[in-house]
Design a protein around this ligand. Sequence first.
Ligand SMILES: Cc1cc2nc3c(=O)[nH]c(=O)nc-3n(C[C@H](O)[C@H](O)[C@H](O)COP(=O)(O)OP(=O)(O)OC[C@H]3O[C@@H](n4cnc5c(N)ncnc54)[C@H](O)[C@@H]3O)c2cc1C
Length: 388
Amino acid sequence: MTQPNTPGAELPRALTAHGGTRPRVAVVGGSLTGATCALLLLRAGFPVTVYEAAPAAAPRGGGLIGLEHPALDVLDRIGISQDEIIAHPSEMVLEVTVRDRQAIHTARRLYPGRNTTWSLLHHALTRRLPAGVLQPGHRVTGITERGGHPHLLFADDTNTPADLVVFADGRTSTGRRLLDPARQLRYAGYVAHRGHAASQLVAVKNFLRLEPGPGCQYNVAPIPGGLDWTLYLTCSAADYAHCFGAPPQRRAFALPHHVSETARALVDAHAARLLPAPHAATVHTTTVRMAAPVMDIDLPTRMVWPVGAGWAVLVGDALAPVRPHTGRGANNGIEQAAALTVALTQHHRWGADLATALDGWQRRQLDGVVAAVRQGPRLGAHLGTTQI
Ligand SMILES: Cc1cc2nc3c(=O)[nH]c(=O)nc-3n(C[C@H](O)[C@H](O)[C@H](O)COP(=O)(O)OP(=O)(O)OC[C@H]3O[C@@H](n4cnc5c(N)ncnc54)[C@H](O)[C@@H]3O)c2cc1C
């Protein structure tokens, strides 16, 4: 059954003065990449609907995210100022070598960007989406061609047409599985354990990275109302399943309710053995915890697929989830969304050939993504958490 009230479905797709059209865009996934893409495309005049699998009432949240200047600038252009999303204005990163639970050396450097959190940014993005654009509780299961156009298929057996489908559906993307099925995700053998500490047992004013030795890294930074920390620890796939209830490929994010007592005890024991006492105490007193298994993926070679007379594209983690140490996942998604909007605008306003515009977008974006996918294992090897 076609949803009758898909925004934009009824719009005439008349040619503009220069021969361009105004494609109806369906974005799959309403997280950071999808919501940014939707806001940019709406501002450029395209009819957009965002289909998000999570129900409106589902509890969602995430930790610290470093955004570089290009991504911050994109957000600025859609009216999201740093005053709204920046957790703490410091650009300083302190890299501390730790031995026997004592800091023995500190290096300082500046980060070309600032830190936000997933929760701050997601709220800033989604509250700007006009009513009806975000359709929560819509899980996309397939894409097919009908009457020459892409149609999205949903878990409840409904479907909807579009001219361009933007898959921004994250690490375990349905779009990637459908469009580029040969590319596999692989567990890298270690986990980013995360926590939001409600109190500052230790005064942290900058982004602090502690390196206590092979196989472990601890990052901590101030966020509104406390501290955000990440502890990277090696962990077999079997142990991950034991700690979080499912294997890494299936549980690509462990939310607070997935974190077992075994996982808590494991993290607490490592913190007590490896971290200076105030940081160990921060971990021990943290009640809200999450985790993400670190994953690698086969290199992407394309981002665009024709579907009848329309198109489907992969962006953000749906295209390629990169290791968290690269600090590039959200940056990639936001930059790709902005560049996609440029390509579509050139078509709509000036009649640029759409296939060529999308091909140029893909060519310009792929190098950066490939570089970040390749950088992940190198950084992991430096930590001693994995082999290249
Ligand atoms: C520990 C850690 C630290 C990080 N630090 C940084 C950093 O400093 N800088 C940085 O740039 N990045 C960082 N990242 C990466 C960043 O968090 C991700 O790259 C980013 O959140 C991905 O956003 P996304 O919107 O592409 O995907 P996601 O956030 O995964 O969103 C996908 C969305 O699609 C929805 N969805 C899934 N399947 C379907 C479906 N079938 N139908 C409809 N909807 C669907 C999901 O519910 C979800 O809302 C870090 C990641 C981790 C784990």
